[in-house]
Design a binder for this molecule. Sequence first.
Ligand SMILES: Cc1cc2nc3c(=O)[nH]c(=O)nc-3n(C[C@H](O)[C@H](O)[C@H](O)COP(=O)(O)OP(=O)(O)OC[C@H]3O[C@@H](n4cnc5c(N)ncnc54)[C@H](O)[C@@H]3O)c2cc1C
Length: 403
Amino acid sequence: MAIATGTYEDKTEEQKAIIEMVRQFVDEQILPNAEEYDHEDKFPEPIVEQMKELGLFGVTIPEEYGGMGLDLTTYTMIVEELSRGWISISGVVNTHFIGSYLLMKFGTEEQKDYFLPKMATGEIRAAFSLSEPEVGSDVQGIKTSAVKEGDDWVINGQKMWVTNGLGSSVVFLLVKTDPKADPPYKGMTCFITEKEAWEHENTGEYAGLNIPPAIKKMGYKGVESTELVYDGYKCPSGRILGGEEDGLGEGFRQMMDALEVGRVNVAARGVGIAQRALELGLRYSQERKTFGKPIAEHQAIQFKLADMATKVEAARLVTLKAARMKDAGERSDLEAGMAKLLASETGKEVVEDCFRIHGGYGYSKEYEIERLYRDAPLLLIGEGTSEIQRMVIGKKLIQRHKI
Ligand SMILES: Cc1cc2nc3c(=O)[nH]c(=O)nc-3n(C[C@H](O)[C@H](O)[C@H](O)COP(=O)(O)OP(=O)(O)OC[C@H]3O[C@@H](n4cnc5c(N)ncnc54)[C@H](O)[C@@H]3O)c2cc1C
């Protein structure tokens, strides 16, 4: 059942055409297959192959490198549509998008020329890695380190929760290069680590890098999240993001910059999953009858639907506002935090309301809402928890309104 999603009036002709194309792809390829991949926790290879053909891995990569050269706003609209289908699909492109953003903004010409064309086609996919077993929110506490030996940097340490940790060919990795730096963030560097360069031709293992079996998760299935264990992994100095001269010690700043656009992206995922829950709630409530009439005619259910639709609309507007401000070159850290907070909480709340509308059937794996119910909580955690967003928003508010 097609229900009007994000209003078309606020889109350019190009955006309308792209969104129409992505929506059709989601309706025909993702929605009919998501349950199967989710239940089997299987990587959706055929869907990803089609996404490569549609150019979805190069949406924001400039045309000179083979991408579409579109802005963050259009990308945000695309992510909403993909997430309406299944947030794991947006998870496959999300870390890739962050990697390409890091390269476009901070990479040397050599790094851009080498990676971006292959990333634009999806020939290689990217992951990014900050989190460690003992550290998520408090990024300055990471322990993974790199020490220079000759022309190489030797990396040791353990990373956690790396989305696309197995299937990606390149990982943007935040490590400590100066353990004595005070404050610690000044001693952090981002390495562009290529796995294949170190692959053993017979065993398929990587020299100095071990990838344990994927972490078993409650939802967000199909796309793998792994640990990465570095033990004497060598990375050439030319693979420091931005080059050794300019990039050494800049990793924290670079990653935080990328997380800002990442937050808008997670917000779009919240809008997408909430939109889908609204659609499912609208449909089920008109089909299911109790006390002689469709439950949609009971005021309590109508009020739920009203709140759900209102929240989805509000979250979408805040998310698009943050994206448009970023595209216009305006400061948007506060807005990105607000969008991430509101849209991810909206995702969880609207999904829960839809689950309640389904009564007992919401608890059955036969119904799509069951998957959404397991997927939605991830958005409260990834790219900064709601508590961390509130800290960011509070700090930025005070900075902007200092008396
Ligand atoms: C499925 C999945 C995929 C992920 N993918 C990636 C990835 O690709 N790359 C990557 O680097 N990371 C990834 N992560 C990690 C994610 O970014 C972290 O889990 C997240 O930042 C929270 O960190 P933590 O889990 O260590 O929680 P903690 O930092 O230990 O926080 C625990 C609780 O304490 C709260 N808290 C922490 N500090 C404060 C404070 N100062 N004030 C108030 N409350 C506080 C938090 O909000 C939370 O409620 C992923 C996580 C998941 C679950």
